[in-house]
Design a protein around this ligand. Structure first.
Ligand SMILES: C[S@@+](CC[C@H](N)C(=O)[O-])C[C@H]1O[C@@H](n2cnc3c(N)ncnc32)[C@H](O)[C@@H]1O
Length: 366
């Protein structure tokens, strides 16, 4: 199929079976609970209502796990006060699944008192809330997605951290511009004294890695390239499509995360940085599925599910689509890719382990 005009926000829409395949993301969200409680206490009571907004909320349980400590902490300081919970994501998010959880047996609306739920479809690279209306913002495992797909000439990799030359410069410039825009939008939306907590996949300096940075999940993305490249060798994918495919991602270092605030006068004026760090994930930092290493079939199935969960929509749109002659071929290519990826992981448990380092940025609006 011909490369069509690409919807800049389409890459991550319709994440596949996200709730089942989001173990890493859910662990990251759960490990933020103390920071969330501390932020609510620091912000204090807000009248007429305390608004918490979760950017890139997704459709799954992690959206509830992010909000639970916020509600609990706010009820301690203001037992009767009105709370607004705003869940925000791209328009194509599975809002019905999210609402089923919010109003389900484990949801915070099951016995809600003075809590209003709002859904806010849209990109977090735009202003999504009225100026000064948000007391606490959260954004977990989401801001590493860039605002649009890129297709630089990038043979040998699908992964931003292994890009070189012009391709690397193009991706870095978009990441910087996106992140600056994200921060400016949140600066507008947060009320004075409000806070935002961002956690996402990150990277740390490492002279042994290309570009001097070791980023989360490097072996996983190299495995994705190897399998896609095998499909080129088998005549199933176009070499030119793979040569121009990169996941539209950037996993920042702590320095990159704070750079716009350190360097841009308006952001420096808007935000106090309370934390900017990159640390190993609290659970299984060296291999997301290390507890099933002894069972290669399960290990491989879990990795394929994990990659499918966050990556299938991007692969379909920007790699399999351009290689397919008919729309149905995209389904066949997708199935074949994940069959091969499963075999690849099963053949070498541990060899393509996904390491996780979490970047955390905690900001207070002056
Ligand atoms: C890996 S999921 C994380 C969901 C949830 N926050 C969690 O921690 O499990 C990433 C989410 O970010 C959303 N996302 C990606 N780019 C976005 C953008 N520009 N604006 C809003 N949401 C975006 C995706 O739609 C997806 O739901």
């Amino acid at each position: 199929m011909k490369r069509k005009h690409q919807d800049p926000f389409a890459s991550t829409e319709h994440m596949v079976d996200y709730d089942r395949n989001s173990y890493m993301q859910d662990q990251m969200v759960r490990s933020r609970a103390e920071r969330l409680r501390a932020a609510v206490e620091r912000i204090g009571p807000v009248v007429p209502e305390f608004t918490a907004m979760d950017y890139g909320c997704g459709p799954g349980h992690s959206a509830l796990n992010c909000i639970a400590p916020v509600i609990e902490a706010y009820r301690h300081i203001d037992p009767q006060g009105s709370i607004v919970i705003r869940h925000s994501d791209l328009a194509g998010n599975d809002w019905n699944s999210l609402l089923a959880l919010v109003f389900g047996p484990d949801g915070y609306q099951r016995n809600a008192s003075a809590i209003r739920t709002e859904l806010v479809p849209g990109s977090f690279y735009t202003q999504l809330a009225a100026s000064g209306s948000v007391a606490l913002g959260t954004c977990f495992a989401a801001s590493h997605w860039l605002s649009r797909a890129l297709s630089p000439y990038s043979p040998g990799t699908v992964w931003f951290a292994d890009l070189e030359g012009h391709a690397r410069a193009e991706c870095a410039a978009l990441a910087r511009a996106d992140w600056t825009r994200f921060l400016r939008c949140r600066a507008a939306e947060l009320r004075p004294g409000g806070m935002i907590i961002v956690s996402t996949l990150g990277g740390v300096a490492d002279a042994g890695e290309m570009n001097g940075v070791r980023t989360s999940a490097r072996k996983l993305y190299r495995a994705v390239f190897d399998v896609a490249n095998q499909m080129v060798d088998s005549g199933l994918l176009e070499a030119s499509a793979l040569d121009h495919f990169v996941f539209p991602l950037w996993f920042p270092t702590a320095e990159e995360a704070r750079a716009p605030i350190d360097e841009q006068p308006d952001l420096k004026k808007a935000f106090e940085i309370l934390e900017a760090s990159v640390t190993p994930a609290p659970v299984h930092p060296d291999d997301v599925y290390e507890d099933v290493l002894g069972d290669p079939a399960t290990y491989a199935r879990l990795y394929a599910g994990y990659i499918r969960g966050f990556g299938e929509s991007t692969l379909r749109l920007h790699l399999f689509g351009p290689s397919a002659k008919k729309a149905v071929d995209v389904d066949a290519l997708t199935d074949e890719f994940f069959r091969r990826l499963t075999r690849y992981y099963q053949a070498g448990p541990g060899r393509h382990a996904s390491e996780t380092m979490v970047m955390t940025l905690v900001l207070r609006r002056r």
